[in-house]
Design a protein around this ligand. Structure first.
Ligand SMILES: *Cc1c(COP(=O)(O)O)cnc(C)c1O
Length: 386
């Protein structure tokens, strides 16, 4: 089974480009709102770093999600695209002064603070403005996620967050600072997580930490469990919408929220990955002694995930239905890692055929670079081609 693409329209377009199925994006957002809406106090933020294409962001802000930002640039983009400031959370291990000032000026919902030196700077900058910054502490829960090593973030060895042992000290410290207000705890254990057991482990850890804090009379207004829900890269057609039902139900079942607490989520990949495809043209089919290459006009500069994480993306030849042949699909960049897939079966490839590299809506267009003086790929939606 292949995806549904306006191939005739694609033929007129300059390749490579990203194509976003906004119907699927809207269906995904409806599912998120329906499933999260079953539980009281659940607030879903979209992790802007997964895809900051303005057209994509517009659809997401219209669905009422908040934004999770990791830079001042993302805060600006989120505000421009209609996300309300009081639904913006801001995380990151290295926040610059101008970025903190921007968050203060715009009155964002919360800074997710990752160290004591950062807390001190936020307190100082807020004091200069006569403001009180709402802060949550990003706690490193030392919970592993069964995913690629480069995308686990919640282990003690990772650079993110404050160690659990330091949590109470940091909270106490913040209480002595006049220009910050402690409002919550933040966690994020990694990305592309499909084993709900990983989220259960996080819930159990949060339950322990809350009990510990309560024994010292510390109450927490809100809990933020980050994002990380994975998608099915192997079956973009069969499983276009991730299993949000199980995801939210896992938290409802295992996380013991206290009365009045809100629970925040920061989903990136699960929101946008399946709606995006990178559309590329076959330039040449090169036959070697042992294999053949489909050389395409997209490269790792357009979609770096295969080169960076050995990530799998399903590839389809959307130009014909001829019999399958086996190809290494490679780009034109002068790097040996510029390979999208090895030994994949595709409908027989010819010069000019269009290939769809699927599930590329997250960490695709936004990570594109101009290496080799290449142009950045365009991002087009269904509406753009209508
Ligand atoms: C990247 C990131 C997310 C989103 O992760 P996904 O795997 O795309 O859901 C959420 N929160 C923080 C703090 C992040 O850094």
């Amino acid at each position: 089974m292949k995806g549904n693409f306006p191939v005739e329209k694609f033929k007129e377009m300059t390749t490579p480009f990203y194509y976003y199925d906004t119907d699927l994006l809207r269906a995904t957002l409806r599912e998120i709102n329906a499933e999260a809406g079953k539980y009281e106090g659940y607030c879903v933020h979209y992790a802007v770093k997964a895809n900051a294409n303005p057209k994509v962001l517009n659809v997401i802000s219209q669905a009422g999600l908040g934004a999770d930002c990791v830079s001042g640039g993302e805060i600006k983009r989120a505000l421009d695209m209609g996300f309300p400031a009081n639904k913006i959370v801001y995380a990151g291990v290295g926040k610059s002064d101008w970025e903190i000032n921007l968050g203060l000026d715009k009155d964002i919902f919360c800074f997710n603070v990752e160290s004591i030196p950062e807390l001190e700077v936020i307190n100082e900058l807020a004091a200069r403005k006569g403001k009180i910054a709402r802060v949550a502490f990003r706690i490193n829960p030392n919970v592993g996620a069964h995913t690629h090593a480069n995308i686990t973030t919640g282990l003690a060895e990772n650079k993110f967050g404050i160690a659990m042992e330091d949590m109470e000290r940091v909270i106490e410290l913040s209480r002595q600072m006049p220009n910050v207000k402690f409002v919550g705890l933040h966690f994020h254990i990694g990305s592309q997580i499909l084993d709900m057991g990983d989220f259960v482990a996080l819930c159990n850890r949060i339950n322990e930490l809350q009990t510990q804090l309560e024994s010292h009379h510390i109450q927490v207004e809100n809990i933020n469990v980050g994002g990380g829900l994975g998608i099915d890269y192997h079956h973009p057609n069969r499983v276009p919408v991730p299993d949000f039902k199980s995801y939210f139900a896992t938290y409802a079942r295992h996380l013991k929220l206290r009365k009045g607490q809100t629970l925040h989520f920061e989903l990136g990949r699960a929101v946008v990955a399946q709606c995006g495809s990178l559309i590329t043209r076959v330039l040449y089919v090169k036959r070697g002694a042992f294999k053949q290459f489909a050389i395409v006009d997209a490269g790792m500069t357009d979609l770096i995930r295969p080169a960076l994480y050995q990530a799998y993306h399903k590839i389809e030849n959307i130009s014909n239905d001829e019999e399958n042949d086996t190809y290494d699909v490679v780009g034109p960049i002068c790097e040996s890692s510029d390979v999208f897939a090895k030994a994949v079966d595709l409908n027989c490839c010819h010069r000019g055929d269009l290939l769809a590299i699927r599930s590329a809506g997250a960490y695709g267009e936004i990570m594109a670079s101009q290496y080799n003086c290449r142009q950045l790929p365009q991002g087009l939606t269904q509406e753009d081609l209508a």
